[in-house]
Design a protein around this ligand. Structure first.
Ligand code: NI
Length: 325
């Protein structure tokens, strides 16, 4: 314990003095000097701590769903410009590593909903995803529509994938996404009550699996993204990866901060939309309908004044101790 504590202190001191290090919610991340130099503009929008965030907030955001987590989400209602980008159906032999490079260049953390069969095939890529700080969620073993399966088959699809990720990387998944978004109450109950997975649907779907072209994918994502959005794309399609640099840079330039899905759920609790509802506007006190005698007004409160104010009117109060307004 002691050596690792000291290592942590030494690293913290060292990293804080390094200009290539930026603080993000929940983590301190480093940018390779070459990547930062090559992409100076990409570093600008996403590096600042948002107003209202204290430094310590960055370390209080757990990378697991909050205790108040719900059984399913398609968006997170929140005020701050946080979004989660999610990549489904991988890992893929070449596209996923290329995507990881693109994300690393920008210090962006994403969420990967992995298919168990592909985890079995590419365990090293899964380990890289996790080692680089991304979140991983369960996208079933064979990518079938869970709503068409028996409860036991649903359990098998989830548990086989859960075990594969645990064995490959020692990582316990905390989220799931139903393939095709195909779910129902029974499936959600199995996911949530038995596996403790909230079902994560999505806010923005550019239909990248239809291969509409990289620029169309980028346009749809940018047009559909709002604070609290969960963006759905697939890291098995080369054209989707091609769309990512422009998509991510545009969203960064608009001021969005990328977090993992679990972080987004936690931030939603911290910055719910209701926090922006303005306080009730004070209603001005009604003016007295009769003039206040000069003598009474001059010496402050006097019992003789009361009789001059009709019932229902509010007596003006002036000069009371502690009344600064
Ligand atoms: Ni899928």
């Amino acid at each position: 314990m002691i050596p690792s504590l000291w290592l942590g202190i030494v690293l913290s001191v060292g990293l804080n003095g390094n200009p290539a290090v930026r603080r993000f919610p929940d983590l301190v991340v480093t940018t390779p000097a070459s990547a930062a130099a090559a992409r100076p503009s990409a570093m600008l929008p996403g590096v600042e701590i948002l107003p209202g965030l204290r430094d310590t907030d960055h370390f209080e955001i757990a990378k697991v769903p909050p205790p108040s987590v719900k059984a399913s989400y398609s968006t997170v209602h929140m005020t701050q410009p946080y979004v989660a980008i999610t990549f489904d159906d991988g890992p893929h032999a070449t596209n996923t590593p290329r995507l990881l490079d693109i994300l690393a260049e920008r210090n962006i953390k994403a969420t990967f909903f992995v298919v168990g069969k592909n985890v079995r095939e590419y365990p090293a890529i899964l380990r890289r995803i996790i080692a680089e700080g991304h979140e991983v969620g369960n996208h079933t073993w064979s990518h079938m529509a869970l709503s068409t399966l028996t409860p036991d088959k649903v359990r098998q699809e989830l548990s086989k994938t859960h075990d594969a990720v645990l064995q490959a990387a020692g990582y316990q998944m905390r989220l799931m996404r139903p393939p095709y978004g195909a779910t129902n109450l029974r499936v959600k109950q199995i996911c949530f009550q038995e596996f403790h997975y909230p079902s994560i649907i999505w806010t923005v779907d550019p239909l990248d699996w239809k291969q509409p072209g990289s620029s169309v994918v980028a346009q749809h994502i940018v047009a559909g993204t709002r604070s609290g959005a969960i963006i759905l794309v697939h890291d098995i399609h080369a054209a989707t990866i091609d769309a990512m640099p422009d998509t991510l840079d545009t969203l960064l330039a608009k001021g969005y901060h990328f977090v993992t899905v679990s972080q987004l759920l936690n931030l939603g609790d911290k910055y719910p939309v209701t926090s922006t509802v303005p306080m009730a506007i004070p209603v001005p006190e009604p003016e007295p309908t009769m003039p206040i005698p000069a003598a009474a007004a001059g010496n402050g409160a006097g019992t003789s004044l009361d009789s001059t104010i009709p019932s229902g009117a509010v007596r003006p109060v002036t000069g009371l101790p502690g009344d600064s307004n």
